[in-house]
Ligand binder design. Structure first.
Ligand code: SF4
Length: 618
C-alpha cells in the first residue's frame, strides 16, 4: 500500500488498435525489463512480438508505432524526461528509433503507462486523449491542416500535459515529416508520416498529480547526487548549458568536420562565426527551452523581431548554414521555425535541399535553388510540406529518391536513405564507420565518434586502428542510454568526469584507446547508468549485463532490418566521402566491424548469436 497520490514505477503498456478501436493492456514482466531495459529496447521487444516475422509497408495500417518511456522517466532522475518512438520508417524502409524530451513521457507515466503501441489506422482524422486509465479516440477533423503550434494551442494542454502532434507535412505523408512534442521534436525517420497515414493528428496525455515511486529510492538518490555533481563539474556540459549544441560550430570548424557547400569542402569561411554559439549569445535575448526534467538545458529560445523562436540546434544551423552557404542566423532561425510549424525534420530537409542546389549548379535538375538564397529555401519548404508542384512533391521523398531519379548519387549525402547529420567524416573516420553501419541509416547518434576523434583528441581521426571496437562499444552503450531512458549528452559528464579519465594525460589515453582498445573499454566507467537503472527499477544488474542488453537491442534491430531487406551493400558512405578530398578508408574498418559483430556476408546477425542473446526469432 502506498500513500494517496503515489504509484509504483509503471510496467503497463496500452496496445491501441485504431481500426477496431480496441485497447488492450499488457504488463511487462521484470525479466523482460532486465533484458530490454525500457525505452528503445522495450519498444523493439514489443514490435518483434506484434509483427511476428511480418514486414508491413511503413505507411500501411499494419505498421505499428511504439512510444515507450524508460525506467528513469518521471522518477526525478536527472535528464530523465525522454522517451522513444520505434516504427518502420517511410524514408528508409528500415526499422528505427527516435528519441525526444517533451513532457509526453512523464505525463504518460503519471497515467500509469510505461508505453503505447498504436496499430491499425482510422479513416478520418482523430486525436487520442489519455487521462489516467481512460484512453479515448476522438474526432479531430477540425485540427487537420493546422500547423504544429496551432494544433497544440487548440488541444489546450496544461503546462505538464504531454502532446504529440503532426503538421501539414505529416498529413501529406512527406517521408521525413517529424512529430512535435511540446517544444521538442521526434525529428528523424519520417514518423510524422506514420502518424499521418494512421490519421492521428494529435495525442494528448493529461498529467496526473501522482508521484512515481522508484524500486530502490535510496540507491536512486545516491546516484542522482553523483550524476548532478558530475554534470555540475563538466566543462562540456557547462558549454552546452550556455551555448546549446551550437557549441559544436566552432569545435567542428577547428576540426574541419563542419559541412560546407553540400559537404564539398573541409575548410569553413570566416563568416561561420555568425552562426556560432557566442555570436548568438552576444546578439540575441535568450531563454531556456529544455526537455522535461533536464539539468543541462541545452535547448534555448531566442527573441527574433519581438517573438520567441527556437534557437536552431547545431545540426539545423550547420546544415542550413555553411552547408547551404547561409551565414545569417536570423534567416536560419526563420527556416527552422517554418520546419517546426510544418512538421519537417530539419536535417533531412536541409540535406535534400543541399543535393538540389548542387544538382542545379551542375545542370542536372532545374530547381532555381541556389546556394546562399534563404528566401528560395523558405518558399521551397512550404511547397514540400504541402506537396505543391512536381519537384517539391519528388523532394518530399528525400535525397536518395531524387538521386536515383536524376543522378548525382555521389553528392546525395545519405546512408540507407537517411540524410547525414552535420559532421563530415573525412576528418573523423571512425564517425564515418558509425554512419555507414548504423541500423537506422546515416545516424550521428548511433555511435558518435566525432567528439572522441575530432574534439577531444582521444583517438587519431585518420587511423582505422581500434575504430570498429569503439563503434561497437558506443552502439551498445547508446542503446542502454536510449533504453533506460536518459539523454545522450550525459556521456560527457558521467564518463569524462571519472577520476581515471580526469587524471590520465590525454596522450596516454590516446595511446591506450588506439593500441589496447578492448582493455581500455573495460575501464570506461558506466557505473552512474547502472546505479540509476538499479535505483529506478530495484533490479540489480552488472555493468556487463547492462552492455549485453545494449548489444541485444542492437542485434534485434539489425535482425528486423535484415528481414526488411537491409543488406551489406548499404553499409557504406556517400561516394563523395570515399573518393573526394581525404577519402575515408572504410573497407578495413568495416571488415573488422563485421567480424566482431558476427554478421554474415549479407550483413545479417547470425541466428545462433541471436538465440544466445535470448532474442525471439519468428
Ligand atoms: S541536455 Fe538538451 S537534449 Fe538533453 S535532455 Fe537536456 S535539453 Fe534535452
Amino acid at each position: 500500500m502506498h500513500s494517496l497520490g503515489s504509484i509504483e514505477n509503471p510496467k503497463k503498456v496500452a496496445i491501441i488498435d485504431l481500426t477496431s478501436k480496441e485497447v488492450k493492456i499488457e504488463e511487462i514482466p521484470e525479466a523482460i525489463i532486465r533484458k530490454f531495459l525500457g525505452g528503445k529496447g522495450l519498444a523493439y521487444y514489443l514490435l518483434n512480438k506484434i509483427l511476428k516475422g511480418t514486414i508491413p509497408d511503413p505507411l500501411f495500417p499494419e505498421n505499428p508505432i511504439i512510444l515507450m518511456t524508460g525506467p528513469l522517466t518521471g522518477t526525478g532522475a536527472p535528464l530523465s524526461g525522454r522517451f522513444n518512438a520505434v516504427s518502420r520508417s517511410p524514408l528508409t524502409g528500415l526499422f528505427g528509433s527516435s528519441s525526444c524530451g517533451g513532457p509526453f513521457g512523464i505525463a504518460l507515466k503519471t497515467c500509469g503507462f510505461m508505453g503505447l503501441a498504436i496499430k491499425g489506422a482510422s479513416d478520418k482524422p482523430v486525436k487520442i486523449v489519455i487521462e489516467g486509465d481512460n484512453i479515448n479516440i476522438e474526432p479531430a477533423q477540425d485540427l487537420w491542416g493546422k500547423t504544429t503550434s496551432e494544433t497544440i494551442k487548440a488541444l489546450g494542454p496544461k503546462p505538464k500535459d504531454g502532446t504529440l502532434v503532426i503538421g501539414p507535412a505529416g498529413e501529406n505523408l512527406v517521408k521525413y515529416a517529424c512529430i512535435r512534442s511540446g517544444e521538442r521534436f521526434l525529428g528523424r525517420l519520417g514518423f510524422g508520416a506514420v502518424l499521418g497515414a494512421k490519421k492521428i493528428k494529435a495525442i494528448l496525455v493529461k498529467h496526473q498529480n501522482v508521484k512515481i515511486l522508484p524500486g530502490n529510492p535510496r540507491k536512486l538518490e545516491k546516484f542522482k547526487k553523483q550524476a548532478l555533481e558530475k554534470i555540475r563539474k563538466n566543462h562540456f556540459t557547462k558549454l552546452y548549458s550556455r551555448f546549446g549544441t551550437n557549441t559544436n560550430i566552432l569545435y567542428s570548424k577547428e576540426a574541419k568536420i563542419l559541412p560546407v557547400k553540400n559537404f564539398s569542402q573541409l575548410d569553413s569561411p570566416p563568416e561561420i562565426y555568425n552562426n556560432s554559439g557566442p555570436f548568438i549569445e552576444q546578439n540575441f535575448e535568450l531563454k531556456p527551452n529544455p526537455c522535461s526534467a533536464c539539468s543541462i538545458v541545452c535547448g534555448h529560445k531566442m527573441k527574433l523581431d519581438g517573438r520567441w523562436v527556437h534557437v536552431p540546434e547545431y545540426e539545423t544551423n550547420a546544415l542550413f548554414g555553411p552547408n547551404l552557404l547561409i551565414f545569417d542566423i536570423r534567416k536560419i532561425a526563420e527556416i527552422n521555425e517554418l520546419c517546426n510549424e510544418l512538421g519537417l525534420d530539419t536535417i533531412s530537409t536541409a540535406v535534400t535541399i543541399g543535393y538540389l542546389m548542387e544538382a542545379e549548379e551542375k545542370g542536372i535538375v532545374k530547381s532555381n535553388l541556389k546556394f546562399g538564397d534563404a528566401e528560395k529555401v523558405k518558399a521551397f519548404i512550404q511547397d514540400v510540406a504541402h506537396k505543391r508542384g512536381e519537384l517539391a512533391t519528388l523532394a518530399a521523398e528525400g535525397s536518395r529518391f531524387l538521386s536515383q531519379k536524376f543522378g548525382g548519387k555521389e553528392f546525395a549525402i545519405q546512408v540507407k536513405g537517411l540524410e547525414l547529420a552535420a559532421y563530415d567524416p573525412r576528418n573523423s573516420i571512425g564517425h564515418g564507420l558509425s554512419y555507414s553501419v548504423a541500423n537506422r541509416g546515416g545516424c550521428h547518434l548511433s555511435a558518435p565518434l566525432f567528439p572522441i576523434e575530432a574534439y577531444f583528441g582521444f583517438m587519431d581521426p585518420h587511423k582505422p586502428k581500434g575504430k570498429a571496437e569503439i563503434v561497437i562499444f558506443m552502439e551498445n552503450l547508446f542503446n542502454v542510454i536510449n533504453s533506460i531512458t536518459t539523454c545522450v549528452f550525459t556521456t560527457f559528464a558521467y564518463m569524462l568526469e571519472d577520476p581515471v579519465i580526469k587524471l590520465t594525460p590525454r596522450r596516454a589515453i590516446k595511446l591506450f584507446m588506439e593500441n589496447l582498445t578492448s582493455v581500455t573499454i573495460k575501464f570506461l566507467n558506466i557505473s552512474v547508468y547502472k546505479g540509476l537503472f538499479e535505483g529506478a527499477t530495484g533490479i540489480n544488474i552488472s555493468e556487463k549485463e547492462l552492455l549485453k542488453a545494449g548489444e541485444r537491442i542492437h542485434l534485434l534491430e539489425r535482425y528486423l532490418n535484415a528481414k526488411a531487406g537491409l543488406n551489406s551493400e548499404e553499409d557504406t558512405l556517400p561516394e563523395r566521402f570515399l573518393k573526394e578530398l581525404k577519402p575515408v578508408p572504410l573497407k578495413e574498418m568495416l571488415e573488422e566491424y563485421y567480424r566482431k559483430r558476427e554478421y554474415d556476408a549479407s550483413g545479417a546477425p547470425k541466428i545462433e548469436k541471436l538465440r544466445r542473446l535470448g532474442i525471439e526469432i519468428y
